[in-house]
Design a protein around this ligand. Structure first.
Ligand SMILES: [Zn+2]
Length: 204
């Protein structure tokens, strides 16, 4: 899989941090074009800040620690990618109207249990698990907690996959009538409109 070049801005079209994480893989359904936007620990930290999982000063701190201990940062990156693929395995299946595979379900359950083991309860009631990453190794578990919230708190009948044949992005359809088809109307939706226009004029 190719990785993105520096300077790329993260798109948050999923409507939930766990789906935005899944969507850091672009063109997932078109292997010739598939790109992993999380090219290293620094882009994982940048994405985490963009998605609101960590504060900017925490991002700076984690990047400094990662520079000092690249082996630990690499391990955190590996864990985060494993969480991402398991979340895609479960959420993608739900969006496609399939039964999620046992393997992906077990991975998500196990990672959520490990994350809760590291988390704190933030408020009196209602309880909410939080995890403030203090080191690169904490970051995958903050991400796993966010993934847990997707499956625990959201209306999963609203989970959709972009209708573009190659895009593969997932999103929560929060439109009133539940008719959203594209990750982004400006991007995949626009391409589809242009294609329909072309087909109409070619056949007429
Ligand atoms: Zn799309």
């Amino acid at each position: 899989m190719a990785t993105a070049s520096a300077g790329w801005e993260f798109e948050l079209a999923g409507g939930h941090p766990a789906l935005d994480l899944v969507n850091t893989v672009a063109w997932r359904l078109d292997p010739a074009r598939t790109v992993d936007r999380i090219s290293g620990f620094s882009s994982l930290a940048r994405w985490s800040a963009a998605a609101g999982l960590i504060a900017p000063d925490v991002e700076t701190d984690l990047l400094q620690q990662a520079a000092a201990r690249p082996d630990r940062a690499q391990e955190a990156l590996r864990e985060a990618r494993a969480i991402r693929e398991a979340v895609h395995g479960v959420a993608g299946a739900v969006a496609d109207g399939r039964e999620p595979g046992e393997h992906h379900l077990n991975t998500v359950h196990r990672m959520l249990a490990r994350a809760i083991g590291r988390a704190e309860i933030a408020s009196v009631v209602p309880w909410r698990w939080t995890l403030r990453p203090r080191a690169p190794a904490d970051l995958p578990w903050a991400i796993a907690l966010a993934a847990g919230r997707l499956f625990q708190e959201e209306d999963l009948t609203r989970l959709r996959r972009c209708h573009d044949a190659g895009c593969g992005w997932l999103f929560l359809d929060r439109s009133r009538n539940g008719s959203r088809r594209w990750c982004s109307s400006a991007d995949c939706g626009n391409r589809a409109r242009a294609r329909r226009h072309y087909e109409r004029h070619r056949t007429s």
